[in-house]
Write a protein that binds this ligand. Structure first.
Ligand code: C2E
Ligand code: CA
Ligand code: CA
Length: 560
């Protein structure tokens, strides 16, 4: 390891301290105490980053024996090795019994001998921690994640110098396992591991296997890491002797911010996750842009609750038109949330919804939107004497809330609505990920009278077989199929097939993201029932939507 460790020399004689320092200070950070009491204070204070104590036995206040005993009796201090300085025969045995790791006789041996004893004591102590606490990963022999972090943090506390963090993943490892068998997969893991271990050793760093096919490298900082990483990547890839294996690496290059080890690895992992699970080996360095994004995300998460209380979230309404008749008629709306942030202005849900889904915060926001939407349906009912159904988005996280049905029923009755006035959009991927749970929940909701629309249909790869057993009231086609229906024959045919499926299930089809007349006409020809998209209108604030209702009513383009 290229790490300067800290050694405490405890001796009441200045000349002795200086002689030892002369021999050791080019290799170690040396600090001093001239009596046992001061030494004990320093040891306690620096217990996490002290690698060795060299101790004279005869000292005022607390002598060497007593200090050894205090250290030996303390769970934490016991791990710091102590070498005693002695000129008497017999003292050695007693010292060793009290836990000393070695002794140096006065007058001193040759400097090389002393340096060797010092380094051996430190090494033994560090290895014994390793042997004690680690469970190395049994397949690869690398440190496991827990120990890796514990050891790395200890080293950081000892030397505090900059470290670079690398997270490495084997792309599509699951497929390698499936195609070539588990033992082949294990061979690849072992080969990658031994190469990583070698890189760690050569650089004086640490390596671990942190997950199935994920590894960590913690290396002393080098300014030329940008040049080295491609070489590491190549070496690791070649070590597998398998052309089909590709590796991706996310790198956090220390920039003097003084982050702790976990944060360095969070950033390296984030960078690694961003790289696609591709066939090509690749790497990327964590950069300022990612940092800015991360800070922005953290801010949005931390401000969400205040924003709800201050009503910074605004619900917009986008109309859905029924195109079955001669002319399209306004039939319902979808509630879509926006964040009008005091500093950043309008933020789109595509930015913040995924952040809130990751930590469950989405439930609070959805509750807010459902309440707002229900209150708005009631307001239109009261003010305009019309009842327009509004669909709200139900996140896959909401499905796990055991109170979901009660909450939605409560919102509906509080506003004097029928449950059928509130449509619920549930994304298809929620069905594919946890099908039984969602089927049960959706069934209870339908029993209460809510209508369920399967959102983003076509993106989640539901099997046909599964579809027929799903309790749904409408299919909403994923927007990406609509985008190219006019220019791409394949997309057009896919849409036609999906509409056939909806017929089979006897549910209406909604197409969203419809922007042009041509798209609308094609969809109409192929049997689509309802259209939502910029062709008719963008999502509107409630007052503009009120105007839209009024004008459509006047033109008899209103169905409710
Ligand atoms: P989504 O549920 O699939 O909503 C449709 C998105 O398509 C909306 O984006 C809408 O503004 C946009 N859109 C509608 N017509 C067109 C068009 O003709 N062209 C194009 N390019 N886009 C169109 P938005 O409002 O940005 O919402 C994005 C996503 O955020 C929504 O996708 C939904 O998944 C989520 N979301 C929005 N509001 C909420 C909410 O209150 N709760 C939850 N859980 N998710 C929400
Ligand atoms: Ca939706
Ligand atoms: Ca959608």
């Amino acid at each position: 390891m290229n790490i300067r460790r800290k050694i405490l020399i405890v001796d009441d004689e200045l000349i002795e301290r200086e002689m030892l320092a002369f021999m050791l200070s080019d290799l170690y950070d040396v600090i001093f105490a001239d009596d046992g009491a001061i030494a004990l204070d320093i040891i306690k204070q620096k217990r996490t980053n002290l690698s060795l104590v060299i101790l004279d036995l005869h000292m005022p206040k607390i002598d060497g024996y007593e200090l050894l005993k205090i250290m030996h009796d303390d769970n934490e201090l016991r791990r710091i090795p102590a070498i005693v300085l002695t000129s008497e025969k017999g003292a050695e045995v007693k010292s060793l019994q009290l836990g000393a790791s070695d002794f140096i006789t006065k007058p001193y041996d040759l400097p090389d001998v002393i340096r060797a004893r010092v380094s051996r004591s430190i090494e033994l102590a560090e290895n014994s921690i390793i042997i004690h606490q680690t469970e190395r990963d049994s397949l690869t022999g690398l440190y496991n994640k827990e120990f890796f972090f514990e050891y790395g943090k200890r080293l950081d506390a000892q030397n505090g110098s900059p470290m670079d963090a690398i997270v490495l993943d084997i792309n599509r490892f699951r497929i390698i396992n499936e195609l070539y068998g588990k033992s082949y997969g294990e061979e690849i893991l072992k080969k990658v591991s031994s190469c990583i271990k070698e890189i760690a050793h050569q650089n004086g760093g640490l390596a671990c296997r942190s997950g199935g096919n994920t590894f960590g490298l913690y290396l002393p900082h080098t300014p030329d890491l940008k040049k080295r990483v491609p070489d590491y990547l190549e070496r690791i890839k070649n070590s597998t002797h398998a052309g089909k294996v590709s590796i991706r690496m996310g790198v956090y290059h220390d920039n003097g911010q003084g982050l702790d080890m976990e944060r360095r690895f969070d950033r390296a992992s984030l960078t690694c996750r961003k790289l696609r699970d591709s066939c090509e080996s690749c790497f990327e360095f964590y950069n300022d842009e990612m940092h800015a994004k991360e800070l922005f995300a953290e801010r949005l998460i931390s401000e969400m609750e205040i924003a709800i209380n201050e009503k910074q979230f605004k619900v917009y309404y986008q109309p859905k038109y029924d195109i079955r008749g001669e002319k399209p008629v306004l039939r319902s709306a979808e509630a879509l949330v926006r964040w009008v942030h005091p500093e950043f202005g309008m933020i789109s849900p595509g930015v913040f919804i995924p952040l809130f889904e990751n930590n469950g915060l989405i439930q609070n926001l959805d509750l807010y939107v459902w309440n707002e939407a229900a209150a708005q349906i009631k307001k239109w009912k009261d003010d305009l004497n019309i009842k327009i159904p509004v669909s709200v988005n139900v996140s896959r996280i909401d499905i796990f809330n055991p109170l979901l049905v009660d909450i939605l029923c409560g919102i509906s009755s509080k506003n004097g609505l029928d449950t059928g006035d509130i449509l619920l959009e549930v994304t298809e991927s929620a069905y594919t990920n946890n099908s039984q749970k969602i089927i049960d929940t959706v069934e209870s909701l339908r029993k209460e009278g809510f209508k369920i629309e399967m959102d983003d249909f076509g993106s989640g790869y539901s099997s046909l077989n599964m579809l027929t057993s799903l309790p749904i009231d409408a299919l909403k086609l994923d927007m990406k199929f609509i985008r190219n229906i006019c220019s791409n024959e394949k997309d057009y045919r896919l849409v036609a097939i999906m509409i056939e499926i909806a017929r089979l299930l006897e549910v209406p089809v909604i197409a969203e993201g419809v922007e042009t007349k041509k798209q609308m006409e094609l969809l109409k020809n192929v049997g689509c029932d309802i259209i939502q998209g910029y062709y008719f209108s963008k999502p509107l604030p409630h007052d503009e939507f009120t105007q839209l209702i009024k004008s459509e009513k006047k033109e008899s383009r209103f169905l409710c």
